[in-house]
Design a protein around this ligand. Structure first.
Ligand SMILES: [Zn+2]
Length: 253
């Protein structure tokens, strides 16, 4: 019989709160932390749940580190007014600062529409603007289209410049990822990248393109990244702090 050391048994009773989610797609146990769901343990079908406390215990340093980041993020979100509509949208990556005007006009339907005036950069949201959720959804749609327009061609340029081909690309709304690259070399990019400095966005694009060669974060992978961007460490650091400039109203959509 193998028994757990006493100190471990004691600490297993003092674990952070977590929820368990069964996923038929999960191949192994995975922990995930987000502002919305807290700490989640994702387990495959038929997984022995008795093993979970020990897994959470062994990961406690990782959890504590990420929990700090998350608490900071929560405090930041609460300091803003996530339930109000934004007065402007600052897309640092494109050097575009859009002012937003809301025009309450009663249309026969409850519709809301959005129109762009490029000079000066002005977005006009008109219709039933009292419906805050619908206005936010519309602005988010506008951002997604903008992201598709700019990130697709940007990725193509970086890919050509460094001879790192990929297959397809999609723009998505992800909670915890800036971008990802699948084994089939399909790259997905978070539309929120638009809010970041262009150097940081360029680094994310390069990072994902380097995953088309190395599907991991091995020394070889970082070697390839540094060949194209010697300053990658400080850019990676900025990326870690970048969530601070994503406006809170978007999180509440
Ligand atoms: Zn990576």
């Amino acid at each position: 019989m193998v028994s757990l050391p006493k100190s471990l048994i004691e600490s297993l009773t003092d674990l952070p709160n977590y929820t368990v989610r069964v996923s038929s797609r999960a191949k192994c146990v995975r922990l995930s932390l987000s502002v919305e769901d807290g700490l989640e343990v994702v387990i495959p079908d038929n997984y022995d749940r008795r093993k979970i406390p020990e897994i959470v215990h062994t990961k406690r340093d990782w959890i504590a580190r990420h929990q700090n980041k998350l608490d900071e993020r929560k405090a930041f979100l609460q300091s803003q007014s996530p339930h109000e509509l934004p007065e402007s949208i600052n897309l640092r990556s494109l050097g575009e600062h859009w002012r937003i005007e809301y025009l309450a006009i009663s249309l026969t339907s409850n519709a809301i529409s959005i129109s762009e005036q490029p000079e000066p950069m002005l977005l006009v949201v008109s219709g039933n603007v009292a419906n805050v959720q619908a206005c936010k959804a519309l602005l988010k749609q506008w951002l997604m289209r903008k992201a598709e327009k700019h990130l697709f061609s940007w990725l193509r340029q970086v890919s050509t410049r460094h001879h790192l081909p990929y297959r397809t690309t999609t723009v998505r709304s992800q909670k915890t990822l800036w971008g990802s690259c699948s084994r089939d070399r399909n790259i997905s990019l978070n539309y929120k990248l638009l809010f970041l400095d262009n150097k940081v966005v360029e680094y994310v694009l390069l990072h994902e393109l380097c995953h088309t060669v190395h599907m991991n974060h091995s020394d070889k992978f970082w070697g390839l990244v540094s060949k194209f961007e010697p300053n990658y460490k400080s850019l990676d650091k900025s990326l870690n702090q970048a969530w601070k400039i994503i406006p809170a109203w978007l999180e509440a959509t």
